[in-house]
Design a binder for this molecule. Structure first.
Ligand SMILES: Cc1cc2nc3c(=O)[nH]c(=O)nc-3n(C[C@H](O)[C@H](O)[C@H](O)COP(=O)(O)O)c2cc1C
Length: 373
């Protein structure tokens, strides 16, 4: 049904317009009590066995919405209604900004992929903080807040820009994510180098602790799949050293080669970050590498090409406590999260693991139950 609609309507529309239209429908449905109750009953059935505790937070399950879909926190309840157990809003920057000129979002349908060069179009940290402050939640869902650098801010002042966002947003965040991995803000990914990342994460941690004194806001960093393996290790070591709570792996990739893309080469050559099925293998590889390095000491969030319950299950076995998706929502439609939950519950039941927590990283453990590096 959705696939028919997708082929008939969405593929004929500009991808960004289609996103805004679909998101408007979701938000509208979430505003009508009967509709949202019905929709949630169908799309967000709860499975007791999938209940997840991570980052000191309780969630209905491990599967959430990745950053970039709800940049301004306008549709958290709508996305919870669709079954996402956590919703990561943003990326939010210190100052409002329009993002890159359109067209800036492309569908690679034969590859089940997207390319985007949105460039952090968002209303800025003050406006988003105000929206979160005044929000009256309908559905209980965990809200992550993903922050990034304002484009106009020089790289030398990047830390201050992140700190500004942290001061405004930390109080409204169940967890906070420092995004240093989007390819569409010049210089942003250079912040992944440990000599830049250390002062940045230290300053954000301190700002969060100053801004919120009645609890410790969990802090994560989101990394690119394009990092060299030794840089993945370096970020993992730094995260441990600084007492971070987790790592999100991964963002979109700037790679095109070796991915076997089937789409029109002109489309595949568009500048921006590639997401969806083609990034699956590398995202999983980065996750495995992280888990081998940090084990259970950090919460790992697996994202990138998670299209199905099987993909989500593989991320969990590889070491992810939480899993996220974005691009597959475009291709699978509103039943995406439901399918992931249902399939995860079935896989857990058929597995030797009593709980989902027991399955985390199981693929890397030897028979004695110890993690193998
Ligand atoms: C249109 C679009 C916009 C995105 N915007 C952001 C963003 O603002 N911040 C961020 O951290 N990730 C952003 N992402 C990356 C996703 O959160 C995710 O890491 C990536 O797409 C891989 O997951 P997927 O294959 O399930 O889409 C965006 C992705 C897409 C497709």
């Amino acid at each position: 049904m959705y696939k028919f609609f997708f082929d008939l309507v969405f593929t004929r529309m500009d991808p960004e317009k289609a996103h805004h239209l679909a998101f408007r429908w979701i938000r509208l449905a979430a505003r009508v009590p009967v509709l949202r109750t019905l929709a949630a009953a169908v799309l967000a059935p709860r499975y007791k066995e999938l209940r997840t505790e991570a980052l000191g937070l309780r969630m209905h399950g491990p599967f959430g919405l990745a950053a970039g879909f709800d940049k301004n926190a306008t549709g958290i309840d709508g996305m919870a209604m669709l079954g996402f157990d956590h919703v990561e809003i943003g990326t939010v920057t210190g100052e409002p900004q329009p993002g890159n000129p359109r067209k800036r979002l492309f569908r690679l349908v034969p590859d089940r992929a997207l390319i985007n060069r949105m460039g952090f179009n968002n209303e800025g940290s003050a406006a988003v903080a105000e929206r979160l402050r005044t929000r009256v939640p309908v559905f209980r869902t965990v809200v992550g807040v993903n922050i990034g650098k304002t484009k106009a801010v020089p790289e030398a002042e990047a830390v201050a820009d992140y700190v500004k966002s942290t001061e405004r947003l930390a109080a409204h965040a169940d967890y906070l994510v420092v995004n240093v991995s989007s390819p569409n803000t010049p210089g942003l990914r250079d912040l992944q180098a440990t000599e830049s990342l250390r002062p940045l994460l230290t300053a954000v941690r301190e700002a969060a602790d100053r801004a919120v004194t009645d609890r410790r806001v969990p802090l994560l960093v989101k990394i690119a799949p394009d990092l060299a393996d030794e840089d993945v290790d370096a970020v993992a070591d730094l995260a441990l050293e600084l007492g971070l709570d987790g790592i999100i792996a991964t963002n979109t990739t700037i790679a095109r080669e070796g991915l076997g893309l089937k789409s029109d080469p002109a489309l595949a050559a568009e500048t921006g970050g590639l997401s969806g099925a083609p990034v699956k293998a590398r995202s999983l590889e980065v996750l495995r590498r992280l888990y081998a390095r940090v084990g259970d000491r950090l919460v790992l969030v697996g994202v990138g090409g998670v299209e199905s319950a099987e993909d989500a299950w593989q991320r969990i076995l590889a070491g992810a406590t939480l899993v996220q998706g974005y691009s597959a929502l475009v291709y699978e439609g509103p039943f995406y999260a439901r399918a992931v939950h249902k399939g995860l519950a079935a896989r857990l039941a058929a597995s030797p693991y009593a709980t989902l927590a027991e399955a985390v990283g199981a693929a890397t453990r030897d028979h004695s139950g110890k993690a193998t590096a």
